[in-house]
Design a protein around this ligand. Sequence first.
Ligand code: PLP
Length: 356
Amino acid sequence: MIYLDNQATTPLAPEARDAMLQWLDGPDGSGFGNPHSPHRMGRQAAAAIELAREHVAGLLPPGGKVHFTGSACEAINLAMRGTPGDGPISVSGIEHAAVWDTAKALGKRHVLNVAANGQCNTNQDVPQGTKLVCVMQVNNEIGTIQPTVEWHRKARSENALFLCDAVQSYGKMEVTGADMIAISAHKIYGPKGIGALWVRNGLELNPQITGGLQEGVRSGTLSTALVAGFGAAAAEAKDRMDQDAEHAEGLWQVARDMFHGNWALNGDEDTRLHSNLNIRRKGLDVNRLMSDCRNVMFSAGSACASGSGKPSHVLKAIGLSDEQAKSSIRIGWGRYTTRSDLEDGVQQILDAANAQ
Ligand code: PLP
């Protein structure tokens, strides 16, 4: 199988796996203690969690605290539901469902326009009394990089808080300032089931899960293994950031050269992470393509949206018609993708598309 869906999730790094194992030990080991217990086993687990917290924070701006959660979705829900006040919530038209659906569920969603190149620019107003602005740093479907520094500034000038969903950028580029930042381990070669919300010092959120508040603003016993895996993955991502980016760039050139002619790129060519290629071809039957290429893992949109049959709201937001959106595919590579895997996978996709 050829894995070209690294925006959906990434394989577990060996370093993250190694860091997790001792905390999964059963009765003969000492790794299973509750990290919130005051005895020796508990304190050892708590120390591992604090070390991981430092590693995770090492890729985030100074002046805030990392609170572990069960996922980025949970972190985003905590940020959005836990922000005091009841004004409108302004969200870019290309937010992940975690932000998009939560703003809608809260009944306060105001949608910020996105240009055809996949960027949500600050040359637009937010409604008066807006309490929260949410603009992601890198989009999960088209990989475009957003002007989050400017949005943070604009939110502040409107007395609103700024939440940045940095799930796709964390570990791959510098994550810039915000009031709250949501991240997830499984996008950086860490385990699934663990995310975090970074909260700027001095900002108080209303807890959404009560029952001990072990993470200050979030209740629930932490999994030492998952947290240790997240920490190790973050440390590795920090060490290898340049190397990973160089590797991604090399593969971008390969993929761009192979998809020429009647394939059109969705989103800007340059202001994007070069590990995400979202392309469309007129008349392409994506469902048929996916079933013809069973051994190549790629996506017909975001993992959450694909399968729903609805055209992606992200592709619609950048001005694509239903037909164009439905004839789009996303291919994403990462640290462990080899050139030959990419070439082989793309060739299979091209052959199947040409046979339609
Ligand atoms: N935000 C973005 C941009 C994502 O890509 C994802 C995952 O697909 C999430 C949020 C949700 O992350 P998690 O799977 O940790 O809930």
